[in-house]
Unconditional design. Sequence first.
Length: 374
Amino acid sequence: MSVYKDNNRPTNDGKVWFFKTQYEDLDGIHKTKKSGRFSTKKEAEEAEFNFKLKLHEHENQNDMTFGKMFQLFIDFKKKRVRANTLYGYINKRPYLEPLFNIKLKDFNYAQFERWHDYIDSTHLATRTKNDIYKLLKTVLNYATTWYEFSFTKVYPKMTNFNNPNEMPKEQLCFTYEEFKQFLSVENDIRWICIFEILYYCGLRRGEIRGLQWKDIDFEKRTLSVSKQITDRNGSIKNTEFSLPKTQSSIRTLKMPQKLTEDLKTAKKEAKKLIGFNNDFFVAGNLLPICSNTLTQHKNNNCALAGVKQIRLHDFRHSCASLLINKGANIQVVAKYLGHTKIEETLKTYAHLFLSSLDEIVDVIDKLEDDKTDD
């Protein structure tokens, strides 16, 4: 973070925001730039970006490396994309580092092919490899748009990753009976509520971590999803709120009676904590629960209960499976899960709807059999 607020020394017109950043001048000397004051944080961020942009306009493009361009790209995206998206870029950085010392003007297909072979040799899933490839193209497009680099000799030859022999990852779910068995080994009401919310409401990991007691309406029996928790650099010490994955992910869900009663009990326990208020986290206390803690506790319960190991995200799939198998239509399932388009729900859970269609055909067959008997 290079933008700061100094309430102790405002200007006469009340400006308190400024930026402070390190840079290297044309002679290779490291310097520090501290700006004047701005009225808003956004103005200070914009000024910092413009400063860096002008700085690199004077940099000899013959010396511009992919590594420098990647950092410029990250700086540009900081205030233009969601926090989760930004940290997704940063987390993929290690896979692009083999390109970092290459000068952009020299980037050619042979260098791309070496990088492609390196990524292909990893044990990453094909989908993940293509996410990294997509980021590479995004950075190159940024270099083209803002710094007028040209990669026309490379682009037509670049290809994504494809493994026709890769088996699709099985989508695991808990049946209702398996879920009850999973919960049978849990005695802590807080954890019971966490897993019930995941299973019955289909929240994403970041969404349940961002859930606060003020988001629960016991009178209306509703749970509101309006934010998620993002860990910067994977650290619980650097958490921040961000908007959910999509606009459709902002939703209000009706809670089952069992979950409502369990949450009431959990809140009574939470109120015993010093300083408790409705800003406390349902999965946590003053701070949200650590992401790794969620995974570890789930793994332990699966082992103790003797049920198959599923991912935290598979509780979301289990929720969809439960809704579909109990006759919920596609529009209800899409809205409940916070999907933007019904097509997204159909694509993910088409196999479940197919089994429901089999049941419908069985009903029709039975009607025909009954007619024949008459």
